[in-house]
Design a protein around this ligand. Structure first.
Ligand code: PMP
Length: 431
């Protein structure tokens, strides 16, 4: 493993004043061992660390940077907004412009409220669904992550059909007792739970394509059952598109699949690299949000002009020059190249991908839910991760995270990544 002394020193310093040295745990490289890179700057598809090394960035700040780092249109929009003031605590027209663009992008969204993170978006959507239905129970799926909302920080208990138990100290059982956790893609469990608790279920929240246990696709039957059962029992279907929104298509997973959720949560790309989240959906539901309705939700910096400007510039570019076909082609080439590299070396592994989101799982079987994801060889992944890093490829530092392509990448970058993977897998094969 290459030495990175400046990052190592910066991490030691950070750990003295910041818990674990990071402001979000996924950054700490805990799952792969070793210290994280400290980043000096980003440019297009590249990150540069404190030690002056350049890396091809497949993390993209965990999703927002679909145009890569420092896209001039986004930077200019933010700079222009900054000159007019960073926050007013009063409405500005940029908010309405971005709202109109979101509504144009996602047909199921008739009204939208901006917040400052994905967590705030899902937290608010859950509260709204409960307020709207007058019910308490929510269903989530094991392995899906929806931010650090108390009610959603749950682990499945021992049975398939289970009330959630808190997955973090500090979350009282009272916060999770109304959360049911099911296995992703399990239509039978979903039908069973609706049969037993249907009239108590306020909402089902789901990642329509999962990024947060590594990349996992929904089956068509699962998506259809989600829609059919929520309609039948009057529960709110929440698609958490914080990661997939504006990434899998301009209209997110819902455009890709032709689906129609009741509420959608957004973040990441929506903010163009600045802190933005949003929740939106059916007008009759959204009209319950204060001050239009009684369900409380607020934010000092919600809809601030810098974040709105970054989001507007990013979305306008996506609308005018859609990169989705290009990203699909890059993604397909990468997937094929990596899968072939695994297969020719007889290393059990699967490259799962939808559009520009992908994961190389070190497991032979298809990954369809949390149980099958957990079968992946995380020690092998850790070894692969460091070998790739030493070859200038920056991957998510966990087997259970999706990697992202961005539109600043070229076919040469894909070839470079496959060549690096071939070398790394050669080392793994002989380890
Ligand atoms: N939902 C999903 C699907 C996410 O991937 C994330 C973040 N990775 C969140 C919600 C939470 O967003 P944030 O980190 O902005 O709070």
């Amino acid at each position: 493993m290459r030495e990175r002394p400046s990052s190592a020193a910066a991490f030691e310093r950070a750990k003295r004043s910041i818990p674990g040295g990071v402001n979000s745990p996924a950054r700490a490289f805990g799952a792969v061992g070793g210290h994280p890179l400290f980043i000096a700057r980003g440019e297009g598809p590249y990150l540069y660390d404190l030690d002056g090394q350049r890396y091809l960035d497949f993390v993209g700040s965990w999703g927002p940077l679909i145009w890569g780092h420092c896209h001039p249109a986004v930077q200019e929009a933010v700079e222009a907004a900054l000159r007019r003031g960073s926050t007013f605590g009063a409405p500005c027209e940029l908010e309405t412009e971005l709202a109109e663009l979101v509504i144009a992008a996602v047909p199921s969204i008739e009204m939208v409220r901006f917040v400052s993170s994905g967590t705030e978006a899902t937290m608010s959507a859950i509260r709204l669904a409960r307020g709207f239905t007058g019910r308490s129970t929510i269903i989530k799926f094991a392995g899906c992550y929806h931010g650090h909302v108390d009610a959603l920080l749950v682990a499945a208990g021992s049975s398939a059909l289970t009330h959630g138990v808190p997955s973090s100290p500090g979350v009282p059982p009272g916060c999770t007792q109304d959360t049911l956790v099911l296995e992703y893609n399990d239509c039978q469990a979903l039908a069973d739970v609706f049969r037993q608790h249907g009239d108590q279920i306020a909402a089902v929240i789901v990642e329509p394509v999962v990024g947060n246990m590594g990349l996992v696709e929904p089956t068509a039957e699962f998506r259809q059952e989600l829609r059919r059962l929520t309609l039948r029992y009057g529960a709110v279907l929440i698609y958490d598109e914080v990661m997939t929104g504006f990434r899998l298509a301009f209209g997110g997973a819902q455009e890709l699949y032709g689906d129609h959720a009741d509420l959608t949560t957004l973040g990441k790309i929506l903010g163009g690299g600045l802190p933005v989240g949003a929740y939106g959906g059916r007008r009759d539901i959204m009209r319950q949000v204060m001050p239009a309705g009684p369900v409380f939700q607020a934010g000092t910096l919600s809809g601030n002009p810098l974040a709105m400007a970054a989001g507007l510039a990013t979305l306008r570019l996506l609308q005018r020059q859609p990169p989705y076909a290009y990203l699909e082609n890059l993604g397909r080439a990468l997937q094929n190249g990596l899968q072939q590299a695994l297969d020719t070396r007889r290393i059990p592994g699967r490259v799962q991908r939808v559009g520009s989101m992908w994961t190389l799982f070190f497991t032979a079987e298809p990954v369809t839910n949390y149980t099958t994801a957990r079968q992946a060889d995380t020690r092998r992944f850790a070894r692969f991760f460091w070998e790739m890093l030493d070859r200038g490829i920056y991957l998510p530092c966990s087997q259970f995270e999706a990697a992202f392509l961005n539109a600043a990448m070229t076919p040469q970058h894909i070839a470079q990544t496959i060549a690096a993977a071939e070398e790394a897998l050669d080392i793994l094969a002989h380890a």
